[in-house]
Design a protein around this ligand. Structure first.
Ligand SMILES: Cc1ncc(COP(=O)(O)O)c(C=O)c1O
Length: 358
């Protein structure tokens, strides 16, 4: 069988497909020790909450209603209104329903956005997506229709005490030429757990504005949910930002629900593409989580259950690794957390300070 250029590009080996295949094997093979790879942990309190929400949905008939109807191509209206209200109230952003579109997971949103804002243009120009700080999320690299679609910059590396280090954007080397159509960062990033500082984000925002291109911030692990951020980094959005969020890292990867918060022109474009490719995004995730977006439980769960859970895991992993590999050439990227851990370590893995009085 002969495949088109599209077919050839999308049927060759892709890192993200391999990773998802590995995850599936890890989850379905007994006695495998799953080390994550992006699949959210089974947090008992979160599962109990979702179980109770699902039962409620069955009882009141909303599950059937969601399954038996299409939503619009932008996503469930009531859900988009609830998200706009939540983001305005929690973060003070001037966000209305015209700024939000739903997709089948944020992975789908990246595909739309990378190809909407970069690639071949009608007048013959070609634009690329710039990742100002590598290493970046493995899921981006294969999501382009054209070859040679991405360019990435090496970071500067700051050595910290206690074998820790942190990546920073190398602004001295960062070149944003006229063939860049989009700047993209994940904050926090997977797999290093790096969180770009507020200053780095503001500088990237300035550069993007100056160049007349958007800044995409992949907020899959960020604020206000699931808020798996241990630094005091501030959430960021303005009228030149495309913020991609997700229900996955809350504990719901199976519902495949991504959320894009962006200027209305981008949302209209996403809605159009969504109609063509999906008819409508899936309605189960929005139906299940509408109450928690409306009553704010999503924020409480994130702050009081999800973030502390991952913070404790990160802390434990660093402590075990440092104990097991006490070599000067062994380094770990700093888990980006402030010291509310009360860990009592002489040298805290998060702050590298004495934490015995915490
Ligand atoms: C940094 C990052 N962004 C986005 C995603 C995609 O999430 P989803 O498509 O489930 O919303 C992942 C998944 O692992 C991720 O690690």
């Amino acid at each position: 069988m002969e495949f088109s250029a599209f077919g050839q590009k999308f049927t060759r080996h892709a890192g993200i497909t391999q990773l998802m295949d590995d995850l599936n094997q890890g989850l379905t093979t007994p006695n495998t020790i799953m080390l994550g790879g992006g699949n959210p942990a089974a947090i008992p309190e979160v599962l109990a909450y979702l179980d109770q929400q699902s039962q409620q949905l069955v009882k009141n008939g909303d599950l059937l209603k969601a399954m038996a109807n299409y939503d619009g191509p932008q996503g469930k209206d009531a859900y988009i209104r609830a998200l706009a209200k939540l983001l305005s109230q929690e973060l003070g952003w001037p966000v209305g329903p015209e700024h939000i579109a739903l997709t089948n997971g944020s992975q789908t949103a990246f595909f739309y956005l990378f190809n909407l804002l970069a690639g071949d243009f009608a007048d013959g120009r070609k634009k690329k997506v710039l990742f100002p700080l590598a290493p970046e999320y493995i899921g981006y690299g294969d999501g382009a229709l054209s070859e040679d679609h991405f360019v990435a910059c090496k970071p500067t590396i700051t050595r910290l005490d206690n074998g820790l280090f942190k990546y920073h954007v190398d602004f001295d080397q960062l070149e944003v030429s006229d063939d860049i159509g989009l700047i993209c960062v994940s904050r926090p990033t997977n797999p290093t757990g790096n969180v770009l500082t507020d200053e780095e984000i503001m500088r990237l925002d300035d550069i993007a504005r100056e160049k007349g291109i958007p800044l995409l911030i992949d907020n899959a692990y960020g604020m206000p949910f699931p808020n798996i951020i241990f630094t005091d980094a501030k959430p960021f959005w303005n009228d030149n930002t495309i913020l991609c969020m997700s229900l996955s890292k809350l504990g719901l990867p199976g519902v495949r629900c991504g959320i894009v918060v962006a200027p209305p022109a981008i949302i209209q474009a996403m809605t159009n593409i969504s109609g063509i490719i999906n008819l409508a995004p899936g309605s189960m995730g929005p139906a299940l989580t509408l109450p928690m977006m409306e009553n704010g439980d999503v924020i409480t769960l994130s702050n009081e259950v999800i973030r502390p859970f991952y913070q404790a895991k990160a802390q434990q992993a660093v402590a075990w690794l440092q104990q097991a590999i006490p070599l000067p050439q062994f380094h770990i990227h700093k888990p980006e957390a402030h010291c509310s851990c009360g860990c009592g370590s002489k040298i805290c893995p998060f702050t590298a300070r004495n934490c015995t009085s915490a």
